[in-house]
Design a protein. Structure first.
Length: 230
C-alpha cells in the first residue's frame, strides 16, 4: 500500500527538497505541497492524505492546522518537521496526536526511519491483525529524542527558534532586520547568529553597496550533500 503524503512547508525550495526525500522511501508518494495554513488545511480536506509532514512556522502556526485536522476528524496522520523545538511546541504537537517529531536540520536517515515506522504502523492498523497487549503496544512507533538539542548554556532554545524563524534559504537578512522583526535585542541576535554560523546552518556574507559601508547578511543554509536537509 502506498502512503499518500502532503508536504507542508512555507519555503518552496525546502518543500521541494523534502518531497524528493519522501519519494526516495519505498511505499510513499507526495500528492502536493502547501505553503500556508489555509492551503494546508484545504488540501488536507480535499486530498485526505494518509500522512502530512507539517512545519510549525507558516504564515500562522502549523499547530493550528493540526488542531483543525483533529477538530474536523480528518483521517490524516501527522509528522511534525520543523525547526521549532521549545518544550511548549513539542508538547502541543504530541498532545494533538503527531506520530513523530523531527527537528530541522535533520539527516535523511532520520526521516527515512520515521516514514518506515509510520508505514509499519499504518499497515498494521489497516490489516487489523493483532492480538494481546504486547502486539498493541508494538503498534506505536518510537518517537525520537532528537528534539533535545544539546545547546550551550547561553543559548536559549526558544530564542534560537525565533532567530531561525527569521532566516530563509532564498533571501538574505541583516542582524538588525532580524532584531526588528523578532523583537529580540540586536546584541542577542548577533550572539545567536554567531552560534548558527559556527554550527554551519547559516552562512554569513558581505554585501558591498554602491555607497557606504559593507553590509553583513545572513542566509539559512540548505545542505543536501550526505542526505541532510537544513
Amino acid at each position: 500500500m502506498t502512503i499518500r503524503t502532503l508536504v507542508v512547508e512555507d519555503d518552496p525550495m525546502l518543500a521541494q527538497i523534502l518531497a524528493r526525500f519522501v519519494e526516495r522511501v519505498e511505499g510513499f508518494e507526495v500528492l502536493a505541497s502547501a505553503h500556508t495554513c489555509t492551503e494546508a488545511f484545504h488540501l488536507a480536506q480535499t486530498l485526505l492524505p494518509d500522512l502530512i509532514l507539517l512545519d510549525v512556522y507558516l504564515d500562522g502556526s502549523g499547530l493550528d492546522v493540526l488542531k483543525d485536522i483533529r477538530n474536523k476528524e480528518l483521517p490524516c496522520d501527522v509528522i511534525m518537521v520543523t525547526a521549532a523545538q521549545d518544550a511548549a511546541t513539542v508538547t502541543a504537537g504530541m498532545r494533538y496526536g503527531a506520530v513523530d517529531y523531527i527537528v530541522k536540520p535533520f539527516e535523511f536517515a532520520r526521516l527515512k526511519t520515521a516514514l518506515q515506522n509510520y508505514l509499519t504502523l499504518h499497515n498494521s492498523l489497516q490489516e487489523g491483525k493483532w492480538a494481546g497487549q504486547a502486539a498493541i503496544d508494538g503498534l506505536k512507533p518510537r518517537v525520537s529524542n532528537t528534539f533535545k538539542e544539546a545547546l550551550p548554556k547561553n543559548i536559549d532554545p526558544l530564542t534560537l527558534a525565533n532567530v531561525r524563524k527569521a532566516l530563509t534559504p532564498s533571501t538574505s537578512i541583516t542582524a538588525s532586520g532580524i532584531a526588528a522583526s523578532s523583537g529580540i535585542s540586536y546584541g542577542t541576535v548577533i550572539r545567536y547568529l554567531h552560534y548558527l554560523v559556527q554550527e554551519g546552518t547559516v552562512t554569513k556574507t558581505l554585501r558591498y553597496p554602491p555607497r557606504g559601508r559593507p553590509v553583513v547578511e545572513y542566509t539559512m543554509r540548505i545542505v543536501c550533500k550526505g542526505g541532510t536537509l537544513r
